[in-house]
Design a protein around this ligand. Structure first.
Ligand code: SF4
Ligand code: MG
Length: 314
C-alpha cells in the first residue's frame, strides 16, 4: 500500500546531482491468496527493492505491506515473530544462499533446528520428504551444494524456502540463470507446490514470457512506478501502456514474419537518479504528447481490474 522507498546516494562534494533517488514510487497492488502476481520490468526499475520490502527484508520509506490484512512494517510482536516463517524469498543465485561447507540437508534443516521443531530425527524426516517433493532424492541430504547443477540447486533453495511451511514466497529472478528447458521444469514445480501447499507467490522477472507463464495478475514496473496492472490474459491480449506494448513486441514468438526483439527500438533506461520530468517513459515513448513532458499521469482504472499510468487514457 502506497509503498515508497528512497535511498540517499553518496555524491562528490559540490556536485549538483541529487543526493536521493526514489527506487520505488507509491506502489499499490494486492495479491489474492493462492495466486501469483508477476512483476516485470528492466533491471534497475526498482523491482528487487520492492521485492525486499514485500519480503520484510528492507523497510519502506513510507507506506506499508499487509499480510492477510495485517501490517508487516508496523507489526505487533506476535506478527513480528511469525513473519520469518510466513514470508520466504528465493533469489536468482541459489549458490550464494547455500553455505558451501554445509550439506544441503543441514542447510535446509537450519530453520527447523533454530525453531526446535520436533526431535532431530523428525526434522531430518521433514527435510528428506521435502527433497523428494522438489524432485531430489533423500540420499542427497548429506551432499554439498557444489555437487549439484544450477537447476538442482534452485530446487534445493525451493525446498529450503518451504521447510517452515510459509504462506507467501517472493521469487526474485528465480529461474533467470537457468537454461530454458530447466526453467520450464522449475516453473512447473513451483506451480505444483502452489496447488499442494496453497502458496501465494510474487514472481519477479525481467522476462515477460516467463512472468506470463506463471502469473494470474501481472504488474509492469518502470523507473520505480507501476505503469500497468492487469490479469495476465488481459495484458497479453490488450496491453494499453506503450511500455508494456514494447515489452510484448520483444517477447520472441516462433511465428515467421513476426517482429523479434532485435527489430524493436527500445532506447536506454534513464537513470533513476535523474528521472525525466512528466511521464517517466516519455523519452522512449513513440506516442508521447506535449503533456507527457510536463505532467506525471495518474494511476487510472480503465477497466475492471485493469490499471494504467498514461495520458492516453482517461
Ligand atoms: Fe507515452 Fe505519454 Fe503515455 Fe507516457 S503518458 S507512456 S509518454 S503516451
Ligand atoms: Mg534485480
Amino acid at each position: 500500500k502506497n509503498v515508497t522507498r528512497r535511498f540517499s546516494v553518496n555524491q562528490p562534494l559540490f556536485s549538483a546531482a541529487p543526493r536521493e533517488l526514489t527506487a520505488v514510487h507509491d506502489v499499490n497492488l494486492s495479491i489474492e491468496k493462492g495466486t501469483t502476481l508477476g512483476l516485470v520490468g528492466e533491471s534497475g526499475c526498482g523491482k528487487s527493492t520492492l521485492a525486499k520490502i514485500v519480503a520484510h527484508l528492507l523497510p519502506p520509506t513510507s507506506g506499508d505491506v499487509l499480510l492477510e490484512g495485517k501490517s508487516i512494517w508496523h507489526a505487533d510482536s506476535a506478527m513480528k515473530r511469525s513473519l520469518p516463517r510466513r514470508i520466504q524469498m528465493i533469489f536468482q543465485d541459489p549458490v550464494s544462499s547455500l553455505n558451501p561447507r554445509k550439506s544441503i540437508g543441514k542447510s535446509i534443516q537450519e530453520a527447523l533446528d533454530v525453531h526446535r521443531v520436533g526431535s532431530s530425527a523428525d526434522r531430518k524426516k521433514v527435510v528428506t520428504d521435502l527433497l523428494e517433493r522438489v524432485g531430489m532424492r533423500a540420499e542427497h541430504y548429506v551432499r554439498y551444494p557444489h555437487e549439484f547443477s544450477g537447476g538442482q540447486r534452485q530446487r534445493i533453495a525451493i525446498a529450503r524456502s518451504l521447510v517452515l511451511n510459509p504462506d507467501f514466497i517472493v521469487c526474485d529472478e528465480a529461474v533467470s540463470a537457468l537454461d530454458v528447458s530447466v526453467q520450464a521444469q522449475v516453473l512447473n514445480l513451483l506451480a505444483e507446490l502452489q496447488k499442494d501447499f496453497g502458496l501465494t507467490y510474487m514472481f519477479i522477472s525481467h522476462d515477460l514470457a516467463v512472468v506470463g507463464h506463471v502469473s494470474d495478475i501481472i504488474a509492469v514496473m518502470y523507473l520505480g512506478r507501476l505503469v500497468e496492472l492487469a490479469s495476465a490474459q488481459t495484458l497479453f491480449d490488450n496491453a494499453l501502456h506503450p511500455y508494456t506494448q514494447m515489452l510484448l513486441a520483444a517477447v520472441p514468438v516462433p511465428v515467421p514474419g513476426r517482429r523479434s526483439a532485435s527489430d524493436v527500438q527500445t532506447g536506454d533506461l534513464p537513470s533513476p537518479l535523474t528521472p525525466p520530468k512528466g511521464c517517466p517513459f516519455n523519452p522512449r515513448c513513440t506516442r508521447a504528447m506535449p503533456v507527457c513532458r510536463e505532467e506525471t499521469p495518474n494511476w487510472l482504472e480503465v477497466d475492471k481490474n485493469h490499471h494504467v499510468l498514461c495520458h492516453l487514457y482517461g
